[in-house]
Ligand binder design. Sequence first.
Ligand SMILES: Cc1cc2nc3c(=O)[nH]c(=O)nc-3n(C[C@H](O)[C@H](O)[C@H](O)COP(=O)(O)OP(=O)(O)OC[C@H]3O[C@@H](n4cnc5c(N)ncnc54)[C@H](O)[C@@H]3O)c2cc1C
Length: 200
Amino acid sequence: MGVFYGAATTEAGVCKDRDVIVIGGGNSAGQGAVFLAGYARSVTVMVRGEGLAATMSRYLIDRIEAMANINVLPFHQVESATGSDHLETVTLRNVKTGESDVREVAAVFIFIGAEPRTEWLGDDIARDHHGFVLTGRDLLSDGRAPASWPLERDPLLLETGVPGVFAADDVRHGSMKRVAAAVGEGSMAVSFVHQYLADL
Ligand SMILES: Cc1cc2nc3c(=O)[nH]c(=O)nc-3n(C[C@H](O)[C@H](O)[C@H](O)COP(=O)(O)OP(=O)(O)OC[C@H]3O[C@@H](n4cnc5c(N)ncnc54)[C@H](O)[C@@H]3O)c2cc1C
């Protein structure tokens, strides 16, 4: 509906000859902006800080500066968005002056990363250093399950460090983080639950 997490080829049609906003100042935001600039009338790269230099590679900044239809908007964040069945306007706020500005846009592409909120899982469910849950082969080290793993068999593909506890998609380390993958992994997890119960 006009608010995208990432920028795929399928979404380029939405912004053809229209104005779009890219939120974020990292390399993925830069790559997204350059890609979208091939379709959109204008691409505004919006960041909360003073610019891209501290967070984006120089070669991408150079490409952005060379493209006439990309502009960088520092010291701004999104305050709100409106639309009936598709995004129509966003209100941007200048974090320095506090002033707001309403813009008509076809789409907003968000490149601000993701933070899994998994602290509540405790120590038994192993996570990577970002907090994403480790499953299956990602739990193995030198081909061996961790010392805390109590079974003879290795963890199943989507099984966490606790037998019978499974994780699917966004929260899982190494997952695709897309809707189709989430649906697929969700159904696979159900099948693994049956396998786990059958083994008991
Ligand atoms: C703005 C945005 C746009 C996106 N656009 C696209 C797109 O165009 N195409 C695409 O393929 N993907 C897109 N994605 C990614 C896609 O939404 C996710 O990859 C997908 O929803 C992941 O599904 P999931 O089941 O892993 O997690 P979620 O859909 O996040 O589901 C997790 C559920 O668990 C619940 N939950 C969390 N903690 C607890 C708890 N402690 N107890 C109980 N319940 C809990 C949450 O409330 C939520 O309902 C987008 C994501 C965002 C944020």
